[in-house]
Design a protein. Structure first.
Length: 182
């Protein structure tokens, strides 16, 4: 831990990503960072002036001791504990502070891990339309039918990994109803 406190470089895994990560870019100033980020896409998606305005607005909140910015409040609250302040939570600083650099950008690849429900069904797993009637031939089972935390068979506080039973149960209901309809 002593080395981490004295060493200003990032932890080894972060340094490895900075050097070798295909989706990581590093720059000393915002304009270069945005240009490198835009080079990772088929067309430029980021506007340097817009990004600068957003970051400057955030940096202004850092100077405000009564800031309502949830992220800044979270950092300040976490640093109230001595152990977190020394070993886990970095001191807040302005993103555009030249002494805090370099700037690191990461291209995110967004995907969906869960739907948490959304399609209403009847007890036969038939999808219900906006008129409250079953949609002929359309069935929904598993997480799309609400077993991903929407108060399914395990309730609203279901633990991760407990959805399989609800998925199997609703899939079985859908299969039986479809077989009967055929």
């Amino acid at each position: 831990m002593r080395q981490r406190l004295l060493n200003k470089s990032a932890p080894d895994p972060v340094e490895a990503f900075k050097k070798h990560g295909a989706d990581f870019v590093v720059a000393d100033n915002l304009e270069d960072l945005v240009a490198k980020m835009n080079a990772l896409t088929d067309e430029p998606l980021l506007d340097p002036a817009g990004i600068r305005r957003q970051i400057q607005a955030r940096d202004l909140q850092l100077a405000n001791p009564f800031s309502k910015d949830a992220q800044i409040q979270g950092i300040r609250n976490a640093r109230k504990s001595l152990s977190d302040r020394l070993g886990r939570t970095a001191a807040p600083h302005r993103i555009l502070d030249p002494d805090a650099g370099p700037l690191i950008g990461v291209k995110l690849h967004i995907l969906t891990r869960k739907t948490l429900g959304g399609i209403q069904t009847d007890l036969s797993s038939r999808a219900i339309g906006l008129d409250g009637q079953p949609i002929p031939g359309l069935y929904a089972a598993g997480e799309v039918a609400g077993f991903g935390g929407g108060g399914g068979v395990h309730g609203y506080n279901a633990l991760e990994g407990t959805f399989l039973g609800g998925c199997i149960f609703s899939g079985r209901a859908a299969g039986r109803a479809l077989a009967q309809a055929l």
